[in-house]
Ligand binder design. Structure first.
Ligand SMILES: Nc1ncnc2c1ncn2[C@@H]1O[C@H](COS(=O)(=O)NC(=O)[C@@H](N)CS)[C@@H](O)[C@H]1O
Ligand SMILES: [Zn+2]
Length: 429
């Protein structure tokens, strides 16, 4: 699937020393060095293409964009895969509500997402893959898991439908739950159901076993005919959610990967199950170096979501003439791991900061900027600490605008600060 055009990125003076980039693994709470001179492999769960692109989505993708930029600056070759969940129950339901063909809805919203990511100067993934285009691979892998006894078929559900649905048998995974450390079964059962799971499905060996393949339902005469694809021995149907991301990560990156990323809402069951499937597919004991989760962005006291109608869309802000660089700075003002409430004051503060920084780098000279380069690099290397990086640039801008004696100023400083802010923070001044 087409991704989007890459923003230009200035090359910064070579780092004086090889630098490790550390991020916090949300399961252990530990800081982990991720990526090495051979590669930095990142999988970030992409959008389900409706409601794109609200500030919550944008905050998560900008967060992982900092990791991509820090790796590139450290000379680490980046392998970055991202999916589009362009077939899934919530998408089909939304299309039915809108009376729109689900393919058109997916296409339109994915295009909007691409243009928003371009405006926010997010570096595109090296592999951008849709669930639909992955179906043949998913079917083959599910057949293999069945043959290996890691998956099983169930009979019809309580309504007599879905005879032959395929589930993963989690009891065959000795390390289930070690990836994202979600070991509270009661909490998991609640969360599993909240995120579209079916703990009460007839015939399941364990309520938490996740769906791998959903066989085609005969037309129930109510909703749209569900889309279905040829699944070989599995029969016609479509993939479950978690297996899609595991197959794309395995195929596009190869396990082990350094970071599996997404918003905090994906930690359980999605990332726990994807890691289990990735282990089963690849045979790699620990297929993910660090699970990294971005805190959820709220608005009006709730997580941003269509159902609440409290969405702040990047495209709407852009239509209102808001500079996307101010949007990006508003997002960078909060540490990625911390959940926060977006307010219009965030945007106003970011707009001021953007104007101050632009005025400072427009000066003919400025205070020495070597510590801006080192300070921003060090901040990102320490769990992508964007607020700390912004404070480093703020301090320099303050001095640049204070009009210090010219003989202490460096004519090359403003250009270096502009390049640091561009290459590492993705903000074009
Ligand atoms: N309010 C929010 N704040 C921060 N991140 C969010 C928020 N809502 C969704 N996200 C993140 O944005 C990304 C896309 O979310 S999504 O459109 O619902 N799609 C999905 O979660 C699946 N397609 C992942 S395979 C995910 O990483 C999700 O965790
Ligand atoms: Zn995913």
């Amino acid at each position: 699937m087409l991704s989007w055009s890459s923003p230009s990125r200035p090359t910064l003076p070579a780092p004086g020393h090889p630098r490790t980039i550390e991020v916090r693994d949300s399961a252990s709470g530990e800081l982990r060095a991720v990526g090495d001179e051979n590669r930095g492999a990142l999988y970030v769960c992409g959008i389900t293409p409706y409601d794109a692109t609200h500030l919550g989505h944008a905050a998560t993708y900008v967060a992982f964009d900092l990791l991509v930029r820090a790796w590139l600056d450290a000379g680490i070759p980046v392998a970055y895969a991202q999916n589009v969940t362009d077939v899934d129950d919530p998408l089909l339901e939304r299309a039915a509500e809108l009376g729109e063909d689900w393919r058109h809805l997916a296409e339109r919203e994915t295009d909007l997402f691409r243009s928003d990511m371009t405006a926010l100067r997010v570096v595109p993934p090296t592999s951008y893959v849709g669930a639909v285009e992955t179906i043949p691979d998913v079917a083959r892998i599910v057949e293999r898991l069945l043959a290996e006894g890691r998956a099983y078929r169930v009979g019809p559900d309580a309504d007599g439908r879905g005879d032959g649905d395929v589930y993963a048998d989690l009891s065959t995974d000795p390390r289930i739950g070690t990836d994202t450390a979600d070991l509270d079964r009661e909490a998991n059962l609640v969360r599993f159901a909240e995120m579209g799971g079916d703990p009460d499905r007839l015939g399941k060996r364990d309520a938490l076993d996740p769906l791998l393949w959903r066989v085609e339902r005969e037309h129930d005469g109510v909703g749209q005919q569900e889309p279905s694809w040829d699944g070989g021995e599995l029969g016609r149907g479509r993939p479950g959610w978690h297996i899609e991301c595991a197959v794309i990560a395995a195929r596009e990156l190869g396990a082990p990967i350094d970071v599996q990323g997404g918003g905090a809402d994906l930690r359980y069951p999605h990332h726990a199950m994807s890691a289990s499937h990735l282990r089963a597919i690849s045979g790699v004991h620990r297929p993910v170096g660090a699970h990294v989760h971005a805190g959820l962005v709220g608005y009006d006291g709730h997580k941003m979501s269509k159902s609440r109608g409290n969405l702040v869309l990047v495209s709407r802000l852009r239509e209102e003439g808001v500079d996307p660089m101010a949007v990006r700075l508003a997002l960078l003002g909060h540490h990625y791991a911390t959940p926060w409430e977006y307010t219009d004051a965030d945007l106003a503060a970011a707009t001021d900061r953007l104007a101050r920084w632009r005025a400072a780098v427009a000066q003919p000279a400025g205070p020495d900027a070597a510590d801006v380069l080192d300070g921003v690099r060090a901040a990102l290397a320490a769990d992508l600490d964007a607020p700390r990086a912004l404070a480093v640039v703020d301090a320099w801008a303050e001095r640049a605008l204070a009009g210090e004696p010219t003989d202490e100023l460096d004519a090359a400083a403003p250009a270096l600060v502009r390049d640091v802010v561009d290459a590492l923070l993705g903000v074009e001044l």
